[in-house]
Structures are given as structure tokens and as C-alpha cells.
Write a protein that binds this ligand. Structure first.
Ligand code: ASP
Length: 605
């Protein structure tokens, strides 16, 4: 090794020892006689002093040093003179007196500061990602990610799970997204698909008798990129045989609690993790990934609303709809324009509009008078009705009731989204709280208007509940799945399910989803055949590692916890991918473009 110690590990105990260090110049200060270098390596920063009286040659070398030069230093660790200690630095009690220094490499001036946490344009950060990763925050994110993955591996290894790698060049395994495909050179006109997840492969490993499998697996989905989504992302893919829902749920709860207690002891968790059915989550939070760090639950006001003379409410109810509301704490003083803005937001989310009731300040709800309850619908609502609605939504004087009326799905969606946005605006979610929960009993199918057929809500390998099997053909929309989602702070961290393990039921499911028998055989014949060779009952889950690390790191974007992410337009700015390939490569792959140019290539026009 070119060094005996890491810069960041040096402490007072090392004083008096002779050491060698190697790293990057973080900062340089030239005080005329003395030159001070903050030398940085992965473990941290230490101050190196170049004194011309100690070593004229190394003082001269130090004169040449600039930010990010790579340098090796030999010297002696010394306690800093009293009064010059730097408490902000773990190595701040000592410094290294250089006896010898060598420049190992020079550096151009970096396009942004590495030594300071300043805001830098993301494209520049991604283009020079290797420099961005030198910055403290990014380095900490990568180290945290390493510890998270290591914890997962150790945890599962200790429970007899076997890590198995599965291929990346396969055939489409659907998770409801578009595939990335790779043209085959050997088979003209044929393509591999990159796995949207190793779903079928892990199921085949269960048929193979592995019983407990995991993999830190890369998944590829050609979807629009978002803050919490990347074209390629990593999951902790898990599958087990001879299990039921409870086994996976408790495994995950144990994994996550022990991991966070170990790696992030400063973060709080509510335990045991609550469980909500999908129907309950939609009813109370308007979403299947509720942020449970704060209340503001959606309440059903239909019974009270039905007794009012307010046509918006009564018409919605007689058309089979619902009247529901949330209580936004402390917003009873919202101005006309703030209420208008809220209304416009609700309209953008699909509501005709919302009805608000602003509760004025009174010592208690009972003391509320008609003058203190302001609402555009005031003349249709009695004071008792207002109080009853306020009580149902657990409101206090000074709060704002936001009410939506109409079709149940729309009402839930609008209020769920307003709840989320208002919670964020009012800072209701404590940042150190991780509110994990399991969502169970999802519908098996959802109707796709665009495809004109039923689609699996999780994926087509999910088992329906045994009791619902008779509904498969008569009323697929009512069939519930043996699936579960694991959510945290408004994000879906993972989905999983107990799988189908007989070819007969799997074929039946595909038929419900509108596949013909020949399509089933062509696309999934391999799996159906495998099921006929003694497939055990099995199930699994796949927590997303990027989103989890994002939450643990307190970041708002998964790009911050991925070493080399794609940008928002799915491009890799470090390598400039995707990019053209050569004529020879195209020819080998049997690909040619109409008019000789790739579609959309503006140069061709
Ligand atoms: N393969 C699923 C997914 O990627 C997870 C699972 O069902 O285990 O969402």
C-alpha cells in the first residue's frame, strides 16, 4: 500500500508516530512560511503542515499543490498547538508534519466545488459523477447503501436463504411496464427482453427446490422516469416455499426493524407495523401507499350530508356517490384566495369542486356558533350538521374542513392527494419517523380501458384468494389477491404475493386476462410446464433498495443514492448513453432503418 493509515482515522493516540498517507487535496492554505493542506481520503480529512524548516523539498512540492491533486505524504503525527484544535473535525486534535511529499497525479480545476456542499446543476453533477461522488454527502449515501445491502445479505444468510444470480438476457417477464429489449445477432429478427424483475426465475428456483432464495437484483422497466423511479433499479428479491402471507410479512418486519435499529438508530418507527386492507387504505387515506406519519384521515360524511339541503351533496348521494372530507388543522383562517387555490387543485385532480367549512376560533366545538362556521354552503347547512361533520373528522375550532362529493373513487383520490399535499405544506410529517405499514387484500385485477381487458393489479403470477375462485369467470373485479404491499412515508417500498403454483390455475388466470391459449403457451409455456413437475406452494416479495436508501438518507430523489443513475430523460450523462452504434454493429444485428436513418433522427430530415 502507498499509505500506512487513512487520513480520517488519525487521533491523538497516534501523536508521535511516523506515518504515510495518500489522498486528494481538499483545501490548501498558504500562510507565507507554512502551507496547510487538508488531505482527504474515503475515511475523512486530516491537516498536513508543510514547514520549509522541516523539509524544504516537500514545502516546495506543497507550493505546487492545487485542489484535487493526488498526493502521498510521509510525516509525523503531532498534537496541534493548544488553541488551534478544530472540534468540527474528528482528526482536529492532531496534524501531520510532512517530511516528504510526492504528487501522484495532477487535476484540472473541477467544474464544481468538491469541498463545499453547494447547489450544483444536476446535469453537470451527472456528467462528472465521479467528482460528484467525491463530495461528502454522496459518499455518505453510497456508504449507507453498502451497509443496507450488507445488512440484508447477512440477515438472510443467517436465516438460511441462498443468494442466486439470475440472467439479464431473458424473455419478457411482465410487471406491468414496457420491456427493454436487446436484438439478437445469432437469431435475426429476435430479441431478448431485460427482466422487469426476476419474477419467473425465482419461481423456477422454487420448483428447483431452493426453498429460500434472495438476490440483490437489477430490474429494468421502460417507464417514464420520476423522483422515485429509474429505468433500472435494484430490488432485494425474495422467494420462499411452503409459506403463507404471515411468514413473509413477519420476515420483512424483522428485517426492517433490526436494520433500522442498527444502521439508523436516530430514526423512529411505530411498531408493530400497522396492517391495512387495500379497501381500508383507499377509504381512509385515498391511496394504497398512505403516509401514516400524520393523521388527517378521510371521514365519510355521507350520512350527515344526506340530511342537508345542499344539492351538491344530496345529488351525489342519490347517484350512488359519497360525501367525504378531511380536516386540515389550523387552516380555518385560510383566505378566499387560498381556498380558491385549494379548489382549483381539487378540480385539477378530477373533482367538480370542493366544499370548505372554516371553523372559527371558539373554546371548543360545542361553543361554535353559526357565525364562526364559514362556508360557501353555509345557508344549506345547520349548525348541528356542521358540528356533526366537524366531530366526525375530529376537528377543532380553527381547523378547515375540506369536503368532496361524487363517485367514491374520485372522492378518495382527490382527498387522498389533498391530504398528502396539505400534510407536506403544513410540515405534519416528522422527518425522523419511518411509518411502515403493510397493505393487504388487493383486488386481483383492474380493468384497463386502453387494453379493453382485465389486467393483474400486482402481476399475473399472484394467487387469488381460494374463496374467490368461483368469481374468477363471473366477476373478476371482485376477486381479491393474496398480495401485500409494504409502504413507508407515502412510498411503495415493495409488493409481493403468494403465487399460483399449478398450471391449471395459472392458465385460467391468463385466460381471464384475455390471452388465447396459443399466446399463453408461447409466452409462458416454460412456466406452466415447470408447474407440472411438482411446484411447491410459494410466495415472495421484493423491497426496492433505492427507495429505501433514499428514505434512510433523508434524500428526496433516488438518483441521490444510485452511483450512476440516468437523468430524468433516461439518459446516462457520464457515458452519453443511449448512443448510436456503428453500421457494422447494426448490420450484425440485422437492423436497418427506413430511409437509412433511425426514426426521429433530425439530421436525416
Ligand atoms: N416481482 C415483483 C415486483 O417486482 C415482486 C414480487 O412479487 O416478489 O414487483
Amino acid at each position: 500500500m502507498l499509505k500506512t493509515h487513512a487520513c480520517g482515522e488519525l487521533r491523538k493516540e497516534h501523536a508521535g508516530t511516523t506515518i504515510s498517507l495518500a489522498g486528494w487535496v481538499h483545501r490548501r492554505r498558504d500562510h507565507g512560511g507554512l502551507i496547510f493542506i487538508d488531505l482527504r481520503d474515503r475515511e475523512g480529512i486530516v491537516q498536513v503542515v508543510f514547514n520549509p524548516e522541516v523539509s524544504p523539498a516537500s514545502h516546495q512540492t506543497a507550493g505546487e499543490l492545487r485542489s484535487e491533486y493526488v498526493v502521498r505524504v510521509e510525516g509525523a503525527v503531532a498534537a496541534r498547538p493548544a488553541g488551534t484544535e478544530n472540534r468540527a473535525l474528528p482528526t482536529g486534535e492532531i496534524e501531520v508534519i510532512a517530511h516528504d511529499a510526492q504528487i501522484l497525479n495532477r487535476s484540472m480545476t473541477p467544474p464544481f466545488y468538491i469541498s463545499e456542499e453547494v447547489e450544483v446543476d444536476e446535469s453537470l453533477r451527472l456528467k462528472y459523477r465521479y467528482l460528484d461522488l467525491r463530495r461528502e454527502r454522496m459518499k455518505q449515501n453510497l456508504l449507507l447503501r453498502h451497509r443496507v445491502v450488507k445488512f440484508m445479505r447477512d440477515f438472510l444468510d443467517a436465516r438460511d436463504f441462498v443468494e442466486v444470480e439470475t440472467p439479464v438476457l431473458i424473455k419478457s417477464t411482465p410487471e406491468g411496464a414496457r420491456d427493454y429489449v436487446v436484438p439478437s445477432r445469432i437469431y435475426p429478427g429476435k430479441f431478448y427482453a431485460l427482466p422487469q424483475s426476476p419474477q419467473q426465475l425465482k419461481q423456477l428456483l422454487m420448483v428447483a427446490g431452493l426453498e429460500k432464495y434472495y438476490q440483490v437484483a437489477r430490474c429494468f422497466r421502460d417507464e417514464d422516469t420520476r423522483a422515485d423511479r429509474q429505468p433500472e433499479f435494484t430490488q432485494l428479491d425474495i422467494e420462499m416455499s411452503f409459506i403463507e402471507e404471515e411468514d413473509i410479512i413477519s420476515l420483512l418486519e424483522e428485517l426492517f426493524t433490526s436494520m433500522i435499529e442498527t444502521l439508523k438508530p436516530e430514526m423512529r418507527m411505530a411498531r408493530p407495523f400497522p396492517r391495512l386492507t387495500y379497501a381500508e387504505a383507499m377509504e381512509r387515506y385515498g391511496t394504497d401507499k398512505p403516509d401514516l406519519r400524520f393523521g388527517m384521515e378521510i371521514g365519510d360524511l355521507s350520512d350527515i350530508a344526506a340530511t342537508t339541503g345542499f344539492a351538491v351533496f344530496t345529488r351525489a348521494i342519490s347517484a350512488g356517490g359519497r360525501v367525504k372530507g378531511i380536516c386540515v388543522p389550523g387552516c380555518g383562517t385560510y383566505t378566499r384566495s387560498q381556498l380558491d387555490e385549494l379548489n382549483r387543485r381539487a378540480q385539477a385532480l378530477g373533482a367538480g369542486g370542493i366544499t370548505t367549512i372554516s371553523l372559527g376560533v371558539a373554546s371548543s366545538l360545542e361553543e361554535l356558533t353559526a357565525e364562526l362556521a364559514k362556508s360557501p354552503a353555509a345557508k344549506y347547512l345547520s349548525l348541528d350538521q356542521v358540528k356533526a361533520m366537524a366531530a366526525l373528522l375530529q376537528a377543532k375550532p380553527g381547523d378547515l374542513l375540506v369536503i368532496a362529493a361524487g363517485k367514491p373513487d374520485m372522492v378518495n383520490k382527490v382527498l387522498g392527494e389533498l391530504r398528502r399535499e396539505m400534510g407536506e405544506r403544513l410540515g405534519l410529517a416528522p422527518p425522523d419517523l419511518l411509518a411502515f405499514a403493510f397493505i393487504t387484500d388487493f383486488p386481483m385485477f383492474e380493468w384497463s380501458e386502453t387494453a379493453g381487458r382485465w389486467q393483474a393489479m400486482h402481476h399475473p403470477f399472484t394467487s387469488p384468494r381460494e374463496a374467490d375462485l368461483p368469481l374468477l369467470d363471473s366477476d373478476p373485479g371482485k376477486v381479491l389477491a393474496r398480495s401485500y404491499d409494504f409502504v413507508c412515508n407515502g412510498f411503495e417500498l415493495s409488493s409481493g404475493s403468494i403465487r399460483i403454483h399449478t398450471s391449471e390455475l395459472q392458465r385460467r388466470m391468463f385466460r381471464v386476462m384475455g390471452y388465447t391459449d396459443s399466446q399463453i403457451d408461447e409466452r409462458f409455456g416454460h412456466l406452466l410446464e415447470a408447474f407440472d413437475f411438482g411446484a411447491p406452494p410459494h410466495g415472495g416479495i421484493a423491497p426496492g433498495i433505492d427507495r429505501l436508501v433514499m428514505l434512510l438518507a433523508g434524500e428526496e430523489n433516488i438518483r441521490e443514492v444510485i452511483a450512476f443513475p440516468k437523468n430524468q430523460s433516461a439518459a446516462d450523462l457520464t457515458f452519453n448513453a443511449p448512443s448510436e452504434i456503428t453500421e457494422e454493429q447494426l448490420a450484425e444485428l440485422h437492423i436497418s432503418f427506413k430511409n437509412g436513418n433511425p426514426p426521429g433522427n433530425t439530421l436525416a430530415l
